[in-house]
Design a protein around this ligand. Structure first.
Ligand SMILES: *Cc1c(COP(=O)(O)O)cnc(C)c1O
Length: 385
């Protein structure tokens, strides 16, 4: 007998999560470094107080007011507009995606993604007993459409999960790739995870624009990143209304509390303020990419609020040495690479100072790059994010 009687496939597994260390400069979980203003905090608090007076009642199960607010917000990113019936929300986009796997995955069905990518995806599959297949991205972290189409053809997945921009590489998807995958999937769903969508560079369109032409396309978003509301736990999707309707079968009763709905609605009223720092963060991101390249590092192009850079002979040693300088980054992605989230100008100055100091030490050592060597990013065992 083994106690507790955990499912066999879960035994010995570590729960997902970055180290939550008490360090002066925390650049490891892609949070927005800017907190809400006093006015915004006061409005959120007043909204929660109002909700509190009615907490003897269950909340609006269909969270209609919130879906209307989110639809209006999303409508800025597509000339076709979005209506409330196309929107569904839950406690973080992680819950939204788990619900998608619960409703559209399951035993006998397959979900696919392309590594290196977000390491929560295989966990949703595991937790819903969905078969999991991971393809590979190209060496520059873009999606090789021919290889992706071949995998869809051979595996016939019920769902394909693709972040755009991708975590941990920052790579956005071309709309033509999204369209071609939707076509190839037939009745299978393509879930484009736009958790970092608001940070995309000028000229990179949102997959929301393709919703009218592909009824099997699902675009997920979150208030955790650009919206600076990671603690509020609110994620959502836009899709065909029939998809939103189907999810209602698997959601828990009243999954979105009255408090969460009140907080998210108040945050939407302060959209301009909360999103106000996105442009500054994008500029800081572009400057960080340039600076890291000037140090002789390899840096992935980024449409997100983080940058993947390397490659280090011993990335753990480099990560540890930065930590000793009070800077926490993320040890994630293919071997040899690290990911830094974009923080305030002061935090990025601290990151640059620590990096400069560490690069001059043995722990900072870079990998000798040879044009003809096999790129370790193609190692199929490396797919953490
Ligand atoms: C951060 C992140 C999310 C958002 O998660 P929430 O549950 O909404 O906080 C989703 N997808 C990816 C790829 C992320 O990095």
């Amino acid at each position: 007998m083994v106690f507790p009687p955990l499912r066999e496939e879960l035994r010995g597994l570590e729960p997902y999560g970055a180290p939550q260390l008490d360090v002066p400069v925390q650049l490891n979980t892609n949070e927005n470094p800017y907190g809400p203003s006093e006015a915004c905090v006061a409005d959120i608090a007043a909204s929660v107080a109002e909700a509190a007076a009615g907490l003897n009642r269950y909340p609006d199960r269909e969270h209609v007011a919130l879906r209307e607010g989110l639809a209006a917000y999303l409508s800025r990113d597509t000339p076709h507009g979005i209506v409330a019936e196309q929107v569904w929300a839950a406690n973080g986009s992680n819950e939204v995606m788990l619900q998608l796997l619960q409703a559209f995955g399951g035993p006998g069905r397959t979900a696919v993604s392309f590594a290196p990518t977000y390491s929560m995806y295989p966990e949703y599959a595991r937790d819903t007993a969905t078969r999991w297949v991971a393809g590979r991205r190209a060496d520059d972290f873009t999606l090789d459409l021919d290889a992706a189409l071949a995998l869809v053809e051979s595996e016939r997945p019920s769902l394909v999960l693709l972040p755009s921009p991708n975590n941990p590489t920052g790579t956005a998807l071309e709309p033509s790739v999204v369209g071609a995958l939707c076509e190839a999937l037939g009745d299978g769903l393509l879930v484009v995870d736009e958790a970092y969508g608001e940070f995309r560079r000028a000229g990179t369109p949102s997959a929301l624009e393709l919703l009218p032409t592909h009824r099997n396309l699902v675009v997920t978003r979150t208030m955790s990143k650009a919206f600076a509301l990671a603690g509020g736990r609110l994620g959502y999707l836009a899709a065909d209304p029939a998809i939103c309707d189907a999810i209602r079968v698997v959601r828990l009763p009243y999954h979105l509390s009255a408090v969460t709905q009140a907080v998210a609605l108040a945050a939407l009223r302060h959209e301009q303020e909360l999103l106000g720092q996105v442009d500054a963060l994008r500029a800081e991101r572009d400057a960080s990419v340039t600076w890291l390249r000037e140090q002789g590092l390899r840096v992935a192009d980024s449409d997100a609020n983080f940058v993947l850079y390397g490659r280090f002979a011993d990335r753990h040693a480099h990560w540890q040495a930065l930590l000793e300088h009070g800077v926490l980054v993320r040890e994630v992605g293919p071997d040899g690479w690290l990911r830094v989230s974009v923080g305030t100008p002061a935090e990025m100055a601290a990151f640059r100072g620590a990096t400069t100091a560490v690069l001059g030490t043995p722990a900072g050592a870079l990998m000798a790059e040879q044009a003809d060597q096999t790129d370790p990013t193609t190692d199929p065992t490396q797919e953490q994010a």
